[in-house]
Design a protein around this ligand. Sequence first.
Ligand code: 5GP
Length: 193
Amino acid sequence: MKELEERIKKDGRVLGKDVLKVDSFLNHQIDPMLMEKMGEEFYEHFKDAGINKILTVESSGIAPAVMTGLKFQVPVVFARKHKSVTLSDDLYSSEVYSFTKKTSNHISIAKKYLSSDDKVLIIDDFLANGQAVNGLNTIIEAAGADLAGIGIVIEKSFQKGRQMIDKSGIPIYSLARITAFENGQVVFGEEDD
Ligand code: 5GP
């Protein structure tokens, strides 16, 4: 998505060797007009996949997920993060190691919001090592739901997540694909078709 790549070039900041900060339009301040266009892109790509639910993780996945849900006209469910959790029979849960925070989070979704009738599209802001996607997939499997696809706003293709998902055969569509950070500059790879 050209407009997103331009925005990353203009406003993104590379931190260290593998983190991109995009606080001015995605992770803190949110640009709703850009989010809406992202929702349209995900919709165009996955519209024939029979999706009836969007799943994401709080908090940065929520904005693009809601815009995507709006285009599909389907509900959006976000997994909640807890540091520790009292076990509950009403929740599907899994463990996610946070790439940016370097801690493990327990994520959970209420059972009443996910079932074997659901055909799910996962939306997230970043793909790094694929931990968040894996955690959501564990929950989807526990619910007996079907994972139809994964939509990512910013993929860092040089980390492990993309390869892992490609191996699994689950359809993935990333709006911007970063192949490297070179001298603090972002290098983009080929767009997904
Ligand atoms: P993964 O689970 O794929 O290893 O990492 C994805 C999650 O970590 C995303 O949900 C996102 O919140 C966070 N993340 C990973 N890499 C970055 C990054 O470069 N910048 C920001 N802002 N968040 C990231």
